[in-house]
Design a binder for this molecule. Structure first.
Ligand code: PLP
Length: 421
């Protein structure tokens, strides 16, 4: 496999872009492959190497790359113009659809990224409650804004820098932390900060330190404790929304938060973010209320058109039923491979999310950090050599899409077996 063109491009890229990339998770040492195109389950680099893609742009491409229905919807919108600076029926229709699927969402605001969505959701919760502090889960990743870059998962943890330079301590002094799957620790933080906590923001299934599932009853307990203490519960469903089910993790687990953030899938691969929730909270957002939030690209017609198209396909083709069954079968086969090879590794995930943890199955961030990330990275390169593109870190999640064929899956499982060996 030649990567000559990528290596050459990296030389130039690294003088212009930090690490030669536009987002740290894309950095691969000594250099990443640069992409030429992607179609269906495959991504092709500028040297002509083709990989079966399980990174899938870190989650949005549930229908695979260049899905024809979404492509057609985008092209149709491009013909009518793709940015107006005025409201459209597209955003109203998409909002109506989202609200019908997420019982936690009476009203919502479109933004352009998941980062903006969580930043604004926390602001709205603070505005609503009049309190400053909020709790996040250790290792949770909610984008790259100041208040949440404390023990953050994803690229921050991969690079060994879960906190960021450049953020004044004053900006994170209201950010409290608690481990996932530990209701006692959560209760203790709440008690210690009696009546000062505006919100708890959490990924209901952690997706940015590998998939870590909530233990039975945990989300229900979280719901109960936050309700009893007047804390706004925000489910960050930027990954899990439309991934686990149409109604995300809240539908999958039957637990309804007060607010929800969405992104990734709902833009059909174009930039989008959403924060929504109870009417009394979202009604406080400008211009209705005094929580200010605004954006030139918010409710982008192209993203909204792509989002409506994704929803149509997901619903019409009953995608989750089939895809989640494929995920179950895939994880079982992976588990057999790991067991047969007598490895102390563990397969985790649910629905169409999966990861082989090079260590014990973690219940929280601290446990995830114990896995053998150096060996995982060696394994990542072997898989790349075998034509399989996984996220280049143990602290991410692999995704299946409707575009993955049986042949892809068989090839991938054989590569897992050979390379784990
Ligand atoms: N929240 C979660 C759970 C995420 O996984 C991410 C990104 O990976 C974000 C928020 C931030 O979204 P974006 O990268 O669109 O800003």
């Amino acid at each position: 496999m030649s990567l000559d063109k990528s290596r050459e491009l990296y030389k130039k890229a690294s003088t212009l872009l930090p690490g030669g990339v536009s987002s740290p998770v894309r950095a691969i040492k000594p250099y990443p492959f640069y992409t030429e195109s992607a179609n269906g389950s495959k991504i092709t680099d500028i040297d002509g190497n083709e990989y079966i893609d399980y990174c899938l742009a870190y989650g949005p491409k549930i229908l695979g790359h260049a899905n024809p229905t979404i492509k057609e919807a985008i092209i149709k919108q491009l013909d009518k113009g793709w940015l107006y600076g005025t409201p459209t029926d597209l955003e109203v229709n998409l909002a109506e659809k989202i609200a019908s699927l997420y019982p936690s969402i009476d009203m919502l605001r479109f933004v352009s990224t998941g980062t903006e969505a969580t930043m604004s959701a926390i602001r709205a919760a603070r505005g609503f409650t009049g309190k400053d502090k909020f709790i996040k889960i250790e290792g949770g990743f909610h984008g790259a804004h100041d208040a949440v870059l404390v023990q953050a998962g994803s690229g921050a943890t991969t690079l060994g820098k879960p906190d960021s330079l450049g953020i004044p301590a004053d900006f994170t002094k209201h950010t409290l932390q608690t481990p996932f799957n530990d209701i006692e620790a959560l209760t203790a933080v709440i008690e210690k900060n009696d009546d000062q906590v505006a919100a708890l923001i959490m990924e209901p299934v952690m997706g940015n330190i590998g998939p870590i599932l909530p233990e039975k009853g945990y989300l229900e307990e979280v719901r109960k404790v936050t309700e009893e203490n007047d804390i706004v519960l925000i489910f960050d469903e930027v990954i899990t929304g439309f991934r686990l089910a149409m109604g995300g993790a809240q539908e999958y687990y039957g637990v309804t938060p007060d607010m929800t953030t969405l992104g990734k899938i709902i833009g059909g691969g174009l930039p989008i973010g959403v924060f929504g929730g109870k009417k009394e909270i979202i009604d406080m957002v400008a211009p209705s209320g005094a929580v200010y939030q605004a954006g030139t690209f918010s409710g982008s017609p192209a993203s909204a058109a792509a989002g409506l198209a994704v929803l149509e396909v997901l619903e019409k083709e009953e995608v989750h039923k089939k895809l989640n069954a494929t995920g179950d079968a895939f994880r079982s086969r992976l588990t057999e491979i790991v067991t047969d090879l007598n490895l102390d590794y563990n397969v985790t995930g649910l629905a169409s999310m999966f990861m082989v943890f090079f260590g014990d199955k973690p219940l929280n961030y601290q446990e995830a950090l114990k896995c053998d990330k150096e060996s995982y990275l060696k394994f990542f390169f072997k898989m790349l050599d075998s034509g399989i593109f996984l996220p280049p870190s143990q602290f991410e999640t692999n995704f299946l899409s409707t575009a993955h064929t049986e042949e892809d899956i068989e090839k991938t499982l054989s590569a897992y077996e050979a390379n784990l060996k």
